[in-house]
Write a protein that binds this ligand. Sequence first.
Ligand code: TIU
Length: 230
Amino acid sequence: MNSPSSRSQPVTVVAQPFDFSFDLASTALVIIDMQRDFIEPGGFGESLGNDVSLLSAIVPACRNVLAAWRRAGGVVVHTREAHEADLSDCPPAKRDRGKPSLRIGDVGPMGRILVKGEPGNQIIAELAPLPGEIVIDKPGKGAFYGTALHTTLQQLNISHLIFMGVTTEVCVQTSMREANDRGYDGLLLVDCTESYFPQFKTATIAMTHAQGGIVGWTATSEHLLGTLPA
Ligand code: TIU
């Protein structure tokens, strides 16, 4: 394991419940919703009553993986949870949920909450997309619902997905389940995902690789990085 990958040679990452093998040419790195709205004060995450400071701890590990994946020439997908300005893609069942201090579409300190193009809706500067990378705006929790992601990945002959991002049990887990139902093999990097609820992160990792990998695989970024060119 851990020999440097070439685009056509399968490599293997030590993972749970067993090793995860992938080929760089048919694998995409999917970074879920690393947006100011979730990671910084004044956004959607904080409006729901969460302590958003927990999430920034994963940024250095995410940066390392993204840099290595770019060096290797792998496909990168960034997602943003983002609604149209008229909220036509935000059903009341989502907007009215809970008792947030600010609802989706309301004006907060980083602009309108969870609305496309607003400052708070942008991906944090440390992980900003580069030209040519795929950016998917998604109205739901899953990256496949209401988006062109599956079509785009099929056009690129992508069969394996490596996931990072926030939050583990909400948008990351939903996206991994959607991916699994569509036939992708998915690997979650456990030190590159975070939740507002540490116990939910732990539980999500366990339920992902339980039952022989019922949802997918989990691994540390160190084990992935060992398979990529230094
Ligand atoms: N609230 C929460 O934990 N997450 C979300 O609302 N969206 C994402 O996970 N991106």
